[in-house]
Design a protein around this ligand. Sequence first.
Ligand SMILES: [Zn+2]
Length: 175
Amino acid sequence: MSERPRSFSKFREVQTELERSGSAIFRDAEGVESLIVRSPYSINYIHSYAEDSAFFLGLAEGRLRGSKCRRPKCGFVYGTPRGHCMVCGAPTEWVDLPSKGRVHSWTTCHFGSEAFLKETPYNLALVEFDGVGSLLLVRLKDCVESDLYVGMPIEARFDPNPKYSITDVWFVPSR
Ligand SMILES: [Zn+2]
């Protein structure tokens, strides 16, 4: 018979024990014991970008791409690409966005999903570009919250080792 898992009243200690042995008992304030086990879990998520593919392939080439309404009378340009125009409903085509823009607004995130936890606090900005009718939401690096202001000039940077993810692009203050 194997030994009974060790019992702890602090969850942090349970986590440490799970790392060590794979099982532990958490004893709550009322004395209720919960057996907790650690099971490896992994998943390969297969995802098609379909008509958004050109955006992510563009990031890997150091190009930031938006879309433009094909209807000449409309011609609305989107900073966040759209397959169809939200103004008139016509299909759009890919266009290159400027690599420089301005901060339209921003937020500082003190919590984030797992991919961004190590970077907290980090800044997210809505970027406006000359000649573009909608905004792009991206991370803003190499600056702290107190540096930021509406209208601040910023420019794009691209990951030299692209992951085909929105994290392949971020902006920094223009120098
Ligand atoms: Zn349109």
